[in-house]
Design a protein around this ligand. Structure first.
Ligand code: NAP
Length: 342
């Protein structure tokens, strides 16, 4: 069996370029005991992949030059040398930017298409949904009547943060790029207010939408948006630091008037809790509850979600560039092959 794969060939400077990757078709090895041969149906594109392209020290190792780009996938089992998985099973795997892959069966999770569309295992019922759930409930801890603010709010993390906040009785204010995304936040996701970060009046609009200040700022983006939100925090406010997507393509340190001493003074005088996290630290403690509770919320319509599906592995890099600049509307997926469950 052959696979067509997208490999990283250079460390991007700024926005990833076509010349930073190559496409190659190669033979896959014969299956060893315990392994499965997988055909990719959906590839998840996520902001963290920009970090994997870089050699800068981070919480996970970078993708080596010449290696296939990493990524979560939903796949069909084509061959199995394990009792755990049968031919025809649909599984969640981590086979990356390629059409086929070989994985240890025990590193895959079987999905039941009768329970939810299989693509949701990469979005609202997958890693991004879990990030929102664990980060908001464990670190943000929104209480009834409090104000929760999140940016990248139409994305899979942000949209879940706002909707879960509302389920906990908090007021949800979403920040997004452009009037269409803002309309969606209020009309489809039920946010109490939405603010366009591209508007000239952004800081004033944020102040108007948060008249009682901000109790929880779920940090997804950093940059001027994060600064404006941090300046409006209430005493004992909580800041789960989830992502800094505004900086991921940066080639130099971002300019800011909100310097390190100013930031720390704010943390001190308002007794803020600022806590970074990588979602998998909560897997053992929260994942089971997440799967049960989120599936119920999605099933009864109290959490809504959107997918932005791009066809063809060859379009993955262009779609990924769009993810970092806000061209996506909802969870960004690449349909690499036919979905037999659709
Ligand atoms: P997403 O929202 O689908 O995509 C990223 C969004 O960021 C873009 O659509 C864009 O939306 C917004 N954005 C880009 N540049 C911006 C800027 N300069 N200012 C304001 N907004 C900007 O992505 P996601 O998968 O839900 O991820 C959201 C964040 O969570 C990312 O920072 C990601 O790295 C982080 N994350 C962290 C963990 C963890 O374990 N800590 C896990 C998953 C995700 P607009 O058009 O609305 O600007």
């Amino acid at each position: 069996m052959q696979t067509t794969q997208i490999r990283l060939t250079a460390r991007p400077v700024g926005e990833p370029k076509d010349s930073d990757v190559e496409t190659a078709t190669v033979d896959l090895p014969e299956l060893a005991e315990g392994e499965v041969l997988l055909r990719t149906i959906y590839l998840s594109l996520d902001p963290y992949m920009r970090g994997r392209m870089s050699a800068a020290k981070s919480y996970a190792k970078p993708v080596e030059l010449g290696d296939v780009m990493e990524g979560g996938t939903v796949c069909e089992v084509l061959e199995s040398r394990s009792d755990r998985r049968a031919v025809g099973d649909i599984v969640l795997a981590y086979t990356g930017w390629q059409t086929h892959g070989v994985a240890q069966a025990r590193h895959t999770r079987r999905l039941d298409p009768a329970e939810a569309p299989v693509s949701t295992a990469l979005g609202v019922l997958g890693m991004p949904g879990f990030t929102a759930y664990a980060g908001l409930l464990e670190i943000g801890r929104p209480a009834e009547g409090e104000t929760v603010v999140v940016a990248a709010a139409t994305g899979p993390v942000g949209s879940a943060v706002g909707q879960i906040a509302r389920l906990k009785g908090a007021r949800a204010v979403g920040i997004a790029g452009g009037p269409e995304k803002c309309r969606l936040l209020v009309e489809e996701y039920g946010f109490d207010a939405a603010i366009d970060h591209r508007s000239e009046s952004f800081a004033d609009d944020l102040a108007a939408a948060t008249p009682d200040g901000i109790d929880v700022y779920f940090e997804n983006v950093a940059g001027p948006v994060g600064e404006a939100a941090l300046r409006r925090m209430n005493t004992y406010g909580r800041v789960p630091v989830c992502g800094l997507v505004a900086n991921y393509n940066a080639t130099e340190a971002p300019h800011s008037d909100f310097t390190f001493p100013g930031f720390f003074s704010n943390v001190l005088v308002k007794s803020l809790t600022v806590r970074g996290f990588i979602q998998d630290e909560f897997t053992r403690t929260h994942h089971e509850a997440f799967l049960a509770e989120m599936a119920r919320w999605v099933g009864d319509g109290s959490v809504r979600h959107r997918e932005d599906v791009v066809d063809g592995l060859e379009n993955a890099l262009e779609a990924f560039r769009g993810l970092l600049t806000g061209r996506n509307l909802g969870k960004l997926l690449v349909r690499v092959g036919d979905d037999p469950t659709a």
